[in-house]
Write a protein that binds this ligand. Sequence first.
Ligand SMILES: Cc1cc2nc3c(=O)[nH]c(=O)nc-3n(C[C@H](O)[C@H](O)[C@H](O)COP(=O)(O)OP(=O)(O)OC[C@H]3O[C@@H](n4cnc5c(N)ncnc54)[C@H](O)[C@@H]3O)c2cc1C
Length: 237
Amino acid sequence: MTTFSPSDYQCDVLIVGSGAAGLSLALRLASHYRVTVLSKAQVNEGSTLYAQGGLAAVFDETDSVDSHVEDTLIAGAGLCDREAVSFVASNARHCVQWLIDHGVAFDTDPQAGGEMRYHLTREGGHSHRRILHSADATGREVETTLVGQALRHPNIRILERTNAVDLILSDKLGLPGPRRVMGAWIWNRNRERVETCQARAVVLATGGAAKVYQYTTNPDVASGDGIAMAWRAGCRV
Ligand SMILES: Cc1cc2nc3c(=O)[nH]c(=O)nc-3n(C[C@H](O)[C@H](O)[C@H](O)COP(=O)(O)OP(=O)(O)OC[C@H]3O[C@@H](n4cnc5c(N)ncnc54)[C@H](O)[C@@H]3O)c2cc1C
């Protein structure tokens, strides 16, 4: 039987990944839970940092969520799941507003007089202007702001240069009952040793897998690790 006690780190929620997904979740959970965030490289390295154009959400009064959904389905050429598209389009404005409330500075429209209006651009496939942006470095603005907030939060611990290698599963430890995820094995690149983190819940927010291709605009950390770990633990992918 393998044991991982005492573990090197303990927390309520372990979030693997410090991009927009991981950090926004960490900030939402941290008022109630002790959160540990793992980052494979420096905390800000990931696709989020390099995103340029901006975030699509319905902010214009002449626009609608239905139109955003239809445009997305057309652009997806039959590959999109309508339910997922609807969910994302319906929640986009609320999520963008959450970023604004957390200090992300999107460009405003100087033509809008005294009113606080965001400058919306129009990108390929969109029938309306619905892209909020921060010049052409939107992801950098999002990532830098969220990193700053997370680093200041007393309930969030960020571990840089720490690769989650695999999930720790209850059955592998010989524990009875249905298989549960108990934490993760971590390769700590700073100390050059394998460590463990025990958590009540583990979230995989490791971004994409574009590094399976020889040529990609994605950074090196986008190697699909979370998808592989989930698969090995028995998740449907
Ligand atoms: C060049 C470029 C331009 C883009 N432009 C836009 C745009 O204009 N608008 C738009 O909406 N989207 C754009 N995107 C897509 C967008 O950036 C991503 O969809 C989004 O940032 C993904 O966020 P994420 O948090 O899921 O992943 P990421 O930001 O990639 O974060 C993944 C995190 O997981 C960590 N990680 C991975 N594996 C491990 C592991 N084994 N252990 C520990 N940590 C791990 C990484 O270190 C990183 O911190 C662009 C992407 C790129 C690359």
